[in-house]
Design a binder for this molecule. Structure first.
Ligand SMILES: *Cc1c(COP(=O)(O)O)cnc(C)c1O
Length: 391
């Protein structure tokens, strides 16, 4: 199946795109290509530089098989696979910025991206300011003549504010800046930021694309206008993703649609159940009707992800420990997107500067995997009992 059929249904794209069995002796999958050196037959060939592959660092058939799928799903001009979600963010930012420029980042954005801006871009002469994730068209008031990039993450993966991508895009473009959106939560199945006006979409492929907690990857998909700058920076920095990792991404993508459907239904089931539990003050899930951004989510998304938050009545650290230290199915860990359920206590204070986090109580982030739902509820229920007993 070629890229020209990328208007096919999502499930069909995920099953057929990026495979060429006739080029692989009939084997169904594009194999792992490992290789640095690519050979040229003649002096004319090396002078022409027109072979499909010139040197392994720019990619190979395995990495291209992944890029083709994400390009089709995002409705992008092209996509580049990079070694991690963080690399996708840093390359995307650097593709827009030079010394003397200004950057605006949503206050809910992934914290290591903030650290890159504050700890590295500052040294390179770029200023960074943070904005209220719910600012919508108010962003235009923050735009300066030197603002060249806006980074949004919708919803924020700790606090779950949905951002108004069309409004942010309009404000960014009016000021001559590009809008970068981290779309890891929804995946391109449930949101396509380029169609909403974004210029660059990044994914932590590590999460939903890989889906099994066993590899790192990131993707950067762009409009035609933004592509050259992204690919230029990526190649200058020498970022390369191995065929082995690309193969794991490709394998994960084949089941992305059915996994997302299951994650969505299961996460919503647990979110609604949590709303009924004593001691739960709030459940932060944009697909729930009482979420403050529910209308925006409904307008711009066609589904919801595996990840959401909840807030428990205030209690000391010992109560949090009583909850998380004795769980039998949920485990604690960074990352998410795998088959296994995770629960993480979250401290938000450090990561907020534009709009301080005012919620009373303890915030937790959950990723709902594929265990039996009643088993998961029993595990959480016992944890909530321990929390309340330790208050
Ligand atoms: C995990 C994550 C990233 C970073 O991905 P890595 O592959 O871990 O570098 C970026 N954005 C979001 C929303 C994430 O959850």
């Amino acid at each position: 199946m070629t890229a020209s059929r990328s208007d096919a249904a999502v499930e069909t794209i995920l099953t057929h795109l990026g495979r060429a069995p006739e080029e692989q002796f009939g084997f169904v999958n594009t194999p792992v290509y490992r290789g640095s050196t690519v050979l040229f037959k003649t002096l004319a060939d090396i002078e022409a530089q027109s072979q499909r592959f010139l040197y392994g660092r720019a990619g190979n058939p395995t990495t291209e098989s992944v890029e083709a799928v994400i390009t089709a799903l995002e409705g992008a001009h092209r996509t580049r696979l990079v070694p991690s979600g963080l690399a996708a963010i840093t390359v995307a930012l650097m593709s827009c910025l030079k010394a003397g420029d200004d950057l605006l980042i949503s206050d809910s954005a992934y914290e290591p991206g903030r650290k890159f801006a504050d700890g590295y871009l500052t040294r390179m002469g770029v200023t960074t300011r943070y904005f209220d994730p719910r600012i919508r068209s108010g962003l235009s008031e923050l735009m300066q003549s030197n603002t060249r990039a806006v980074l949004a993450e919708s919803p924020g993966s700790l606090t779950f504010e949905v951002q108004d991508i069309p409004a942010l895009a309009a404000a960014a473009h009016a000021g001559g800046a590009r809008l970068i959106v981290d779309n890891s939560w929804a995946s391109p199945l449930f949101c396509q930021p380029l169609k909403l006006g974004a210029d660059i979409v990044v994914h932590a492929g590590t999460k939903m694309f890989v889906g099994h907690s066993d590899a790192f990857a990131g993707t950067i998909s762009t409009t035609g206008a933004a592509w050259a700058d992204v690919e230029h920076v990526r190649s200058l920095l020498g970022f390369f993703t191995s065929g082995d990792d690309a193969f794991l991404v490709a394998r994960g993508l084949r089941t992305l649609a059915i996994r997302m459907k299951e994650h969505q239904a299961r996460a919503l089931d647990i979110a609604r159940w949590l709303q009924q539990q004593p001691g739960v003050v709030k459940v932060l899930h944009p697909a729930l009707p009482d979420h403050p951004d529910h209308a925006l989510w409904k307008r711009d998304f066609t589904g919801s992800g595996s990840l959401f938050g909840f807030i428990l009545e205030p209690a000391p650290r010992d109560a949090v420990a009583a909850l998380v230290d004795h769980l039998t199915l949920f485990s604690m860990g960074y990352s998410w997107g795998g088959y296994e359920s995770l629960l993480l206590p979250v401290k938000i204070t450090r990561a907020r500067t534009a709009v301080p986090w005012h919620e009373d109580g303890n915030l937790f982030r959950v990723h709902i995997g594929f265990e039996d739902l009643e088993d998961l509820k029993a595990d959480l229920s016992a944890g909530l009992d321990r929390y309340r007993a330790a208050r």
